[in-house]
Design a protein around this ligand. Sequence first.
Ligand code: NAD
Ligand code: DAU
Length: 363
Amino acid sequence: MILVTGGAGFIGANFVLDWLAQSDEPVINLDKLTYAGNLNNLASLRDDPRHVFVKGDIGDTALVASLLATHQPRALLHFAAESHVDRSILGPAAFIETNVNGTFALLEAVRAYWGGLPEADKSAFRFLHVSTDEVYGTLGPDDAPFTETTAYAPNSPYSASKAASDHLVRAYHHTYGLPTLTTNCSNNYGPYHFPEKLIPLIITNARAGKALPIYGDGQQVRDWLYVSDHCAAIRRVLAAGRLGETYNIGGWNEMANLDVVHTLCDILDVLDPKERSPLREAVGRGMDASYRDQITTVTDRPGHDRRYAIDAGKIERELGWKPAETFETGIRKTVQWYLDHQEWVRDVHSGDYLKWVEKQYGR
Ligand code: NAD
Ligand code: DAU
């Protein structure tokens, strides 16, 4: 079996669902259920004996040690993290606690477990660390995309904490021989994406008739990847990645934020026109019929990275992975998913979420 951390969050939940759709190998899922963790993401596994959910902190060494000893996983896939850049700007402490100290505690527990395994299990074991392209910092408009040898230059408390965790993982391989793999991925989107992040925030705000906030001039560029493509890449790295290596994962799909938001509005205009939605009365009272009219410019994110771009050539050459979805196909599926899962959206829009919106956009 495998042990997954953070499997109730956006990417972790997609990974667990995809894993169990493709294999019968059981998953132990350790998640603290912070504001970003949501067991509704895993509702389809409620009666599935292949999925064992454990509520707990990756920093709880005794708990992790006992899970490892009891279940004897052949691999640990580490998704758990504080993941939202804006939250890291307003309150960096939780990012250091989970992303740095938590990863350190996890590595220590795994090192002790792995050290005691019989030789064959020891060499088969894998620690796969899920990280981000943000560790490389920001690019100018004509710079080449990030490769695995680009120097680390993190700019936000979030990316600095992820960079620190990447360095710890690297050191545990170099010093102790722990069989590690690290992936650095670009911006994901798709089902179960928490609506504090750009794409789900725009979809849910648009449908609620609210403002669509664009930071600064909206010309910041991100490289978008559909989440199931990220999950497939992780499975491939786990199966065949070279020990101690890092692999960049991306969609070869750079887009400016404003273009992403325009695309979302245009898809919503077709799939959920305001005249046929709960906003029809507002349209009758003079609201513009296009969702684009709700776009509003707001104060920029402090230290906002201008451009990310991933060169995903290494994983394609060495492991034969490349994305299956284009942005056009993936984004349409994503909008449709949100239209089809309004109860999930309603549940997520809890009191805590509203407090965040007030704190971040209240100004
Ligand atoms: P998320 O915020 O949606 O989910 C994080 C999950 O980790 C939640 O379920 C949360 O409850 C859990 N968690 C947080 N602290 C924990 C702790 N101390 N112990 C146990 N569980 C804890 O994040 P995500 O977007 O799914 O990202 C998953 C991983 O992928 C992160 O490591 C992130 O840095 C990385 N990543 C994300 C993206 C992206 O676009 N979202 C891109 C590249 C890499
Ligand atoms: O690049 C990978 C990273 O992508 C991951 O490591 C992070 O966990 C993930 O959150 C994401 O970080 P970003 O900061 O790029 O994602 P976010 O969705 O927060 O923002 C995307 C872009 O949109 C960014 O340039 C900021 C901008 N933005 C975001 C929000 C929430 C807006 O213009 N308005 C908004 O309201």
